[in-house]
Design a binder for this molecule. Structure first.
Ligand code: PMT
Length: 223
């Protein structure tokens, strides 16, 4: 990519689906492949940025030329992101983070017992919201995986989590969301819808998001 709209910028991206363990061999997770996060990482690298990816469980191949930090759970992702937040210029939360984790993690494999057993879940810390509360000069982009009513839920997440931009995808649509090579995204800022994009590769979608962000970051720097 000839133009380098993110030259000199430090970009932190999360990718994949978190893994919340019940015991040494069982866990709760989701269908995220890491493709969207890795596409953002590759695009940011091509735009001249120094890129760190904090990745939970992924099935896609990580891009070359970025620094990769592996984590498993939402809690580990929170720690990995928090320790790198201050030094970052742009942070993108494209990972699918568990909202709940098992209340207990058994030391050894849970034995088969009654016909019905209870699984108690507790809320995880919302990483994006934590960053939204802490942020000083960082530009913060959140994602929203929805199955309908995108505009309403996206704007609610943008405001509640204090993101600068929010990228929503309807994961029930063909060619969008989890595991697909393509995505159909809508980008929002505090004023509402910025761009509704047609179906395109995750790499092209990533470039569009990063172009919007880089323009806005440049405007902020110019005051
Ligand atoms: O990895 P792929 O297979 O390519 O799929 C891409 C994707 C569907 C995972 C991606 O495009 C996407 O939508 N990522 C966000 C998934 C998600 O967790 O959405 P959410 O609507 O539940 O969460 C909203 C935002 O809050 C997200 O930025 C999420 O990272 C963040 N969050 C959520 C919970 C939590 N405990 N901490 C968070 O930071």
């Amino acid at each position: 990519y000839a133009r380098k709209p993110l030259a000199g910028k430090k970009v932190l991206i999360t990718a994949g689906g978190t893994v919340e363990r019940l015991d040494p061999v069982r866990y709760l997770t989701n269908d995220s492949s890491g493709k969207m996060g890795f596409a953002l990482a590759a695009a940011a690298r091509d735009f001249g940025a120094e890129v760190t990816v904090v990745a939970a469980k992924t099935t896609a191949k990580a891009p070359d030329g970025v620094s990769l930090v592996r984590v498993e759970s939402a809690d580990q992702m929170l720690q990995a992101v928090l320790s790198r937040f201050e030094g970052s210029d742009l942070v993108i939360k494209s990972a699918a983070v568990a909202d709940y984790r098992p209340a207990m993690r058994a030391e050894s494999k849970i034995k088969k017992s009654g016909d019905r057993i209870m699984l108690e879940l507790v809320k995880t810390t919302d990483i994006l919201q934590t960053l939204g509360e802490k942020k000083t000069s960082q530009y913060l982009i959140g994602f929203a995986a929805e199955t309908g009513d995108l505009d309403r839920y996206a704007m609610d997440k943008l405001q509640r989590k204090r993101a600068d931009l929010l990228v929503a995808n309807d994961v029930s649509e063909e060619g969008a969301g989890f595991n697909a090579d393509t995505n159909i995204i809508r980008v929002y800022d505090s004023g509402g819808l910025v761009e509704a994009l047609p179906i395109m590769s995750k790499l092209d979608a990533a470039r569009r998001v990063l172009l919007i962000a880089s323009e806005r970051m440049a405007q902020m720097e110019a005051g």
